[in-house]
Each structure stands twice: as structure tokens, then as C-alpha cells.
Design a protein around this ligand. Structure first.
Ligand SMILES: NC(=O)c1ccc[n+]([C@@H]2O[C@H](COP(=O)([O-])OP(=O)(O)OC[C@H]3O[C@@H](n4cnc5c(N)ncnc54)[C@H](OP(=O)(O)O)[C@@H]3O)[C@@H](O)[C@H]2O)c1
Length: 254
């Protein structure tokens, strides 16, 4: 194992990393040698993730972040950059689902989903871009979108619109920041079994219907999404920018 003190380590910040895809991504990046900062709206929920990161030999930072607040975004990014000195990778994982027919969505629900998933992702990315440009460093942004941002499905309009916008934001910012050596990519997972999806996972009728739409007849895992992040931030992906990597067992081929 390399000496932690002498190896110049890369640093990553994974938002919403108390559980699920965010936690698996943070641990995967630590396994690849990154020092990793993680956030939660309630930082006490990060204890288990932090234990796993430290077991991988990573230096860590844990910050409070509510991406609905611009002040919180600025503070969290400043804390992470101060803790590590610089930031190489930002993973915009924080997000929230909404399953509701379009006819019934309220302005408050719309605002919450769009503010969390889209506005939060944009301004986190803007902070990262400003940091990298001011330090004249290359870097990577990965945002977790969704297949709901690629194909249509009843009851997911608000969530799907927020994720489709992330996919286009990814193309826009990749083009704008390529000259600075900043790569901007996204990942669009299909259904992944995580704690936040436990409710529908316990509904056999839903599971049968959902599996029936997936050619591989299984859901994805948080570790598989983490694997895609690990690839996109690696030197092997150095020429990839503005792309959305779809991980869905073939769902969007139908
Ligand atoms: N699971 C799936 O099937 C699936 C499929 C496609 C895409 N995704 C996307 O993948 C990401 C992770 O999903 P997941 O299923 O692992 O977990 P999740 O519970 O859906 O969301 C991830 C985390 O986002 C954080 N979060 C929510 N609101 C926030 C806010 N206002 N500010 C900051 N953080 C906030 C929460 O962290 P705290 O509670 O710790 O604050 C939460 O644990 C999400 O963006 C989701 O939309 C999931």
C-alpha cells in the first residue's frame, strides 16, 4: 500500500453520501486512492460511511450540505476545499425522487424537486468550476441523472424533467469548460436498490412490473453505479466529456 503521507493524493467530494449510491461511490473512490469528502443534510448520518472511508486509508472530511440553499452550497464547498487544499472531483449525487401524476403535482413539490436536483446540481458545479479555473487545475464533475431523464414513464414527470436538464447541463458545461481541462459527465442509472427505494422494493406487484421492463431482469446495484463513476474520473476516460453513461440493464433499448 502506498505511503499516505508521501503520495500526492487526488481529492473527491460526494454529495448525499450517507447511504445508497453516494456512500458506495465515496467508498469506491477511496479504494482508488482518493481522499474523500462527504455530505449529508444531517452529518451525524455520515458515521458509517466515514468508518468505511477510513478503513480504505482515505483522509476524509464530513460537511453539512442542503443543496436547496446557496449559502449552504458556498459554505460546504469552502469547507471541503479548506480541508483538502484543493478538489479534483465533484460527484453531484444528492437528489430526491417524486412519483406523482403530473395532474396532481403542486408548486411546492415541483419547487422542491427542481431546486434540489437541478438548481443544487448547477450551483454545486458552478462552485467546482470556479475553484478549478481559479487554481488553473484540471478536474472532473460527475452528476447522477436517471433513465427518467432519458425516456418517459407515467408518474415521473417532475423528477424526469429535473434529470433531463442535468443531462443537458452536462453537455453545456463540458463545452464551456473544456478549455480549462474540466471534464463534465453524467450517469443515468435505471432502478437501483437503495434504502430510499425500500418501499417499492417491498411491493411484489411493482417489482414484477419493473423487472418486466428490464431486458437483464434485475435491478442495478449502488456498487455498479460507483464503478461507472470510478471509470469516468479515471485516466482511462480522459477523452470523455459531455456524455451521459446509461446503466440500466437494457431498459432504454426497448
Ligand atoms: N435508487 C435509484 O433507483 C436511482 C435511480 C436513478 C438515479 N438515482 C439518483 O441517484 C442519486 C442517489 O440515489 P439513492 O437512491 O442512492 O439515494 P436517495 O436517498 O434517493 O438520495 C441521495 C441522497 O441525497 C441527499 N439529499 C436529499 N435532499 C438533499 C438536499 N436538499 N441537500 C443535500 N442532499 C440531499 C440525501 O442525503 P441525506 O439524507 O444524508 O441528507 C440522500 O441520501 C439521486 O440523485 C437519485 O435521484 C437513483
Amino acid at each position: 500500500m502506498p505511503n499516505q503521507e508521501t503520495k500526492a493524493k487526488q481529492t473527491a467530494f460526494v454529495t448525499g453520501a450517507s447511504q445508497g449510491i453516494g456512500a458506495a461511490t465515496a467508498v469506491g473512490l477511496a479504494r482508488d486512492g482518493f481522499d474523500v469528502a462527504v455530505s449529508s443534510t444531517r452529518p451525524e448520518k455520515l458515521a458509517d460511511t466515514l468508518r468505511q472511508l477510513e478503513a480504505e486509508g482515505a483522509h476524509t472530511a464530513a460537511v453539512a450540505l442542503d443543496v436547496r440553499s446557496h449559502t449552504s452550497i458556498e459554505r460546504a464547498m469552502a469547507e471541503v476545499i479548506e480541508a483538502f487544499g484543493h478538489l479534483d472531483v465533484l460527484v453531484n449525487n444528492a437528489g430526491r425522487p417524486l412519483k406523482k401524476p403530473a395532474l396532481e403535482v403542486t408548486p411546492a413539490e415541483w419547487n422542491t424537486v427542481i431546486t434540489t436536483n437541478l438548481t443544487g446540481t448547477f450551483f454545486m458545479t458552478q462552485q467546482m468550476g470556479r475553484h478549478l479555473v481559479s487554481q488553473q487545475r484540471p478536474g472532473c464533475v460527475i452528476s447522477i441523472a436517471s433513465t427518467h431523464g432519458v425516456v418517459a414513464m407515467s408518474g415521473r414527470s417532475t423528477y424526469g424533467i429535473s434529470k433531463a436538464a442535468i443531462i443537458h447541463m452536462t453537455r453545456m458545461l463540458a463545452q464551456e469548460w473544456a478549455e480549462h481541462g474540466i471534464r463534465v459527465n453524467a450517469i443515468a442509472p435505471g432502478r437501483v436498490d437503495t434504502p430510499s427505494r425500500a418501499g417499492s422494493a417491498a411491493d411484489p406487484a411493482y417489482v414484477e412490473m419493473a423487472l418486466g421492463r428490464i431486458p437483464m431482469r434485475r435491478f442495478g446495484t449502488a456498487e455498479e453505479v460507483a464503478g461507472a463513476v470510478r471509470y469516468l474520473v479515471s485516466p482511462q476516460a480522459a477523452y470523455i466529456t459531455g456524455q451521459t453513461l446509461i446503466l440500466d440493464g437494457g431498459l432504454t433499448t426497448l
